[in-house]
Design a protein around this ligand. Structure first.
Ligand SMILES: C[S@@+](CC[C@H](N)C(=O)[O-])C[C@H]1O[C@@H](n2cnc3c(N)ncnc32)[C@H](O)[C@@H]1O
Length: 271
């Protein structure tokens, strides 16, 4: 457990086993990152060694990369509409799994439009700490503005498939609507990395899409939407998340619940 104010992180920890489950080139231990200390709010650690993944540039440029994307999508009502009015419920399902009040170290893998991170940060006790990772600098800058004045948070420019944190360094890791955006190879690596950095006995909390029941009208409404805009999301309809767990996670316990007629799922993996 550690208690520390928002600060710059000058060097990465690069454990030997870092690349287990990772697909890209390892980050060099001595990479000198630039640290954005401008304005108030948490510092952002940027790295020239972290390129944007192809799927983000090709499939999701309009949602997360284009300079106008933040202006368009950073609206609480819009993220709620995209989740058919379920944003607050799904957010709180994930946050309650992390804790009503949070002590210890939490890692949020990927930024989210809306108030997910603010609400998470509000639950931090004085000995709680939050690290947030995203691969898109524009998203980290947007999050920094939203977190202005909230202490004990650090923002890291990293790829979820190759996290630069030591093994077993977090009590909780949360992945909120990230896995459906990733091609299968990246998804497998992201899950492996989340399990690598969580402590034994710690939890990886995943909230994402799921195949709705046959009687749920959203099953039919969502097919053309997802196939057009989020082509990898249908993987989560076809396959259980547990199928993407690495072999070495065989001793982990996995709890799954579905919501909104099965369109959404929460999966909690206890390592
Ligand atoms: C977590 S999803 C959240 C989607 C959600 N619907 C929302 O409202 O924001 C989107 C974020 O994931 C980030 N992301 C996608 N692939 C990533 C990766 N490989 N590593 C880190 N962040 C990634 C994107 O840059 C984006 O900020």
């Amino acid at each position: 457990m550690s208690s520390q104010p928002a600060q710059c992180v000058a060097a990465r920890v690069q454990p030997q086993s870092l690349n287990e489950g990772a697909g890209s080139e390892p980050l060099a231990a001595d990479v000198k990152d630039t640290v954005d200390l401008e304005e108030s709010g948490p510092a952002i650690e940027f790295s020239a060694q972290v390129p944007l993944p192809d799927y983000l540039q090709q499939t999701y440029w309009w949602a997360y990369i284009h300079p106008a994307s933040v202006r368009v999508f950073e609206r609480q009502w819009l993220v709620n509409l995209i989740l058919w009015g379920n944003f607050a419920r799904l957010r709180d399902l994930a946050l309650d799994e992390i804790g009503a009040s949070i002590q210890g170290d939490v890692l949020q893998v990927a930024c989210v439009y809306g108030n997910f991170t603010e609400r998470l940060a509000q639950r931090l006790e004085p000995d709680g700490r939050l690290d947030v990772v995203d691969v898109a600098p524009v998203q980290l800058k947007n999050l920094k503005k939203k977190l202005n004045g909230i202490p004990r948070i650090r923002l890291h420019h990293q790829d979820s498939t190759n996290l630069g944190f030591a093994d077993a360094s977090y009590d909780r890791v949360v992945l909120f609507f990230l896995l459906h955006e990733q091609p299968e190879t990246a998804r497998v690596q992201t899950i492996a990395q989340a399990l690598r950095v969580v402590k034994p006995g710690g939890k990886v909390v995943i909230v994402d899409y799921h195949r709705p029941s046959r009687f749920n009208p959203f099953r039919y409404i969502m097919v053309p939407i997802l196939k057009t805009l989020e082509p990898f999301a249908m993987d989560l309809w076809r396959k259980d998340i547990v199928k993407w767990l690495p072999d070495r996670a065989h001793s982990a316990t996995v709890e799954k619940r579905t919501y909104f007629g099965g369109l959404y799922q929460k999966v909690v993996i206890t390592r």
